[in-house]
Design a protein around this ligand. Sequence first.
Ligand SMILES: O=C(O)CCC(=O)C(=O)O
Ligand SMILES: [Fe+2]
Length: 293
Amino acid sequence: MNLAIPIKTLETTTKEEFKTLHRDSPVLVRDGLKGHPSKGMTPETISSLFGGAIVTVADEVDPDSCSFSSSCSLEKFLSEIWMGPDLKLGTRAFSTELIPNLIDILPPPYFCEDWFEDYFSIHWKNNVVASSNHLWFFIGQSDCASGLHQDHDGVHTTLLQISGTKEVVLFSPDDTSKICNFDSCANFNVTEASEGVTVEFLTAPAGFDSAGIQPYYGKLHAGEVLYLPSQWGHFVKALNPSITFSRDMIDDRNADHYFSSFFAQLVLNMESDTEVNSPLSNTSFSQLMEEIF
Ligand SMILES: O=C(O)CCC(=O)C(=O)O
Ligand SMILES: [Fe+2]
């Protein structure tokens, strides 16, 4: 059993203070949605903006046996399934084909520096930020969970809690590399007791030793934002019907990591000619190069 440390929590901050004092560890900012276009959104507003998108509904509680059951419109999911009988169902989707205008309501939270936002042209924003899995929504019933993982390409991310409450368990990049091997991560149980929250590892990769592994634990409420620096492992579970938006970011600390992964992937995609999966399938390589240089 490993006792969790509470995630650092701030009532409020500023861009300057956050960059100087806080950005290198996970932080929960209570007024994180202040001034954000998605603040106060309801299932009704989300339906009116994006309700026509066809989303996949899945049982996401156990990521290893995630059974994709059906597709339906986001409007139907929100009005009939999300509030319906509790089957631990959830949907997650990212921008572009599904929700082309998600980028309009998902700029970074007020306290975050982001080079995508500050330096990218419209072309890059539309073809890379909006189409390379950097803008997400996660909508799920109670108990719907995202298994422990690190985000792709070394991005920093923010979880913007629009509605409901989620619990999160975090591990440092070093600890995450011990808990997860290439195929899977250790399974664990989270228990809340008067002496604190404990994490008990159940199944684990061969040779895993839980001694010294330090979990971090927190609850994310509507209006709050959780900031996760690059490569922090995260497990997220809805404690009641919940809506989370998520926005990735880069800055001086992870831009090299991001661009080396991004271009390595691009070259692989060009070599194997799998244009459909390319993050730049809407644009040509030469067009992109013209934008950059
Ligand atoms: O809210 C969730 O279920 C997962 C969020 C997440 O993993 C992310 O935004 O990177
Ligand atoms: Fe994630």
